[in-house]
Write a protein that binds this ligand. Sequence first.
Ligand SMILES: Cc1cc2nc3c(=O)[nH]c(=O)nc-3n(C[C@H](O)[C@H](O)[C@H](O)COP(=O)(O)OP(=O)(O)OC[C@H]3O[C@@H](n4cnc5c(N)ncnc54)[C@H](O)[C@@H]3O)c2cc1C
Length: 642
Amino acid sequence: MSADSSQDHDNTVIASTDGASFAETALKLGGKSAEEARRTGAIDQADDQVEAMFQPQYQTVNSPVHRAVWERGVPIDLFGSAPDDPPEHVRQIMDRSIDVARRHSQSGTLMNQDQKISDRVLSDLADAGYWGLLVDEKYGGAGAPFRSFAPFLTRMAMVDPTIAGLASVHGCIGAVDPVRTFGNEEQKQRFLPGLASGEKLSAFALTEPCAGSDLTALRTCAVLDGDQYVVNGEKLFITNVVPGRTIGLVCLIDDVPSVLVCDLPAAEDEHFQLTNYGLWALKHTYNRGILFRDYRVPARNLLQPVRGNGLTIAYHGLNLGRVSLCANAAGTMRLMMASMIPWAKFRVTYGEPIATRELVRRRLARLAALVIGCDSLVAWCSGLIDQGFRGEMECIVAKIFGSEAQKEAAIELFMKTHGGRSFLHGHLFGDNVHEYLAPCIYEGEGEMLGMAFFKSLVKHHGTTYFEPIGKALAAAGIRVPNPLNPAHFWALKGVMAPYARWMLGHVLVPRTAPALPPMPDRLRQHAEFAARQLQNSPRQISGTMRKHQLKLADRQCRMSELSARLQQLVVILCTSLYATGQQDEVVQAAADILCQDLTRQLTGAPRTDRYYRDATRLGETIADGGFRSIAGLNPDEILMPY
Ligand SMILES: Cc1cc2nc3c(=O)[nH]c(=O)nc-3n(C[C@H](O)[C@H](O)[C@H](O)COP(=O)(O)OP(=O)(O)OC[C@H]3O[C@@H](n4cnc5c(N)ncnc54)[C@H](O)[C@@H]3O)c2cc1C
């Protein structure tokens, strides 16, 4: 598992000398209110604490993305992914679980009367060992490597995306990851066997009516009374919450975000109530609010990370959840593809099936490209997690790409190809459109995460070079520095030197070419392009920091844009390397299309005729059954077949 659960290693967390985090210091120096600086600083410190759980070589400054940008030479070996080869006992659980889901899907017994995944399905999955995949064998689980678990969710999503999503809710953000990573031995022994067997399914209760993006606004609190905590407050949008299940509850204890593992009562009572509302997304699971009034939880259920607090625990699980979300998108988009092909062959306009038209073929090619992009990121990120990397930036790339890809696939490719029938009751698109869109919001809204990616990327550079400058400016009472002003020059001379040296080094020392493995030519060109651009990016990033200085936190649009560009380069690099290892021409062609699309987005170059030829040829191959990983998928019925 990713984190060092003994949590006893040295760490090299970056913190300002006065104990405040970099973000807090920067905001204060930038003139923000003490309240805003404190709140942002709290989030930044939680982030630092997660960082502290990882050995130095696996922390953010040594992560693949950070090194690719800031170090000389891209560490290509850290952008590849090994083929997934699950241990035999894990493979058997996975096969059995797929059989359960497929059997219920084919016999129409997946849902109960509320159109939620039925208890029978959940218990059959429990018998198959599904819920214990991520729990260590010692506690009754399978101890599946994450690099096996994540791509397996893609397989499961091809049968039923909701069931795949529930494995992530339970195993990543629910109670499994918090207990196995942060629980003490007694807590592990008490909770994990039930979580592994599926006797207790779990959820994670973080969001509140006033605290979604802003986790510093949490209000639910717990007060110690004897050997119990008494909880009061309200949660919102909690997936998989059902009486009798277990939740990881984030609440304030002595004003510090904390996690209590709560075995919920078997029925609602005056202390624990569920709030129901109509929700279009995740319609096949229970998603509700929770009201706690003097609700009692044993004090020994408090998870006590050696470093950090409840947000540390939340961030850890969310990281895994984000990769799982991308894996789910890869499966869901395959379902869209399987649905598009028969329809495109069936639907004749102007005397020809639409599958013969360039526009439709290009859509199939683009869909394949998005699928392969997700596969690449899932394989890459899950491998990094197993190696021990924190992988926060990398998992954010996977989450944003996966959710945006699924949104684009649904609206631009799937819906448009099915035309008016998309909106019929019973159509895969019409019935699921909210499922396709919601991942852009949950587990962190994409643009907010994009800014988090950027902040993680610049934190070390900012702390090393800009924070001392900011402090010197503040000490000298200078608001707008002018290097031609001797007084300003004098105040800054000591702190400017390291930055000047960095700049000089960056400009004078040539970049080294990436050490790429043998690759097909077109994929090699993409990898070289991405590596070159990543290596060229520090000047632009640092220039942006120099220009906006302590106001950078307010330049959200600029941060967001830079972040998106860097993420696109990461996707190009990963996808080209992943496809090289696949030995499948269709996969390689799809990867090539994705890389070409992303490159054009970055350079603004117009699409060439060769591109359109390649894309439409790929679409034709896919329409003829050439995308092997959707073989065997039963497409949904063609509605109004006339
Ligand atoms: C289907 C579904 C399932 C969910 N499941 C769970 C669950 O199991 N457990 C759980 O705890 N939560 C869950 N959530 C909650 C989800 O994580 C939150 O909805 C999400 O974090 C966003 O919070 P919010 O809705 O309160 O948005 P808000 O905080 O109200 O933000 C709305 C938007 O405003 C913008 N914004 C906010 N702050 C800023 C800023 N500082 N700068 C710029 N822009 C900003 C962003 O675009 C943001 O998306 C779920 C949500 C959904 C829809």
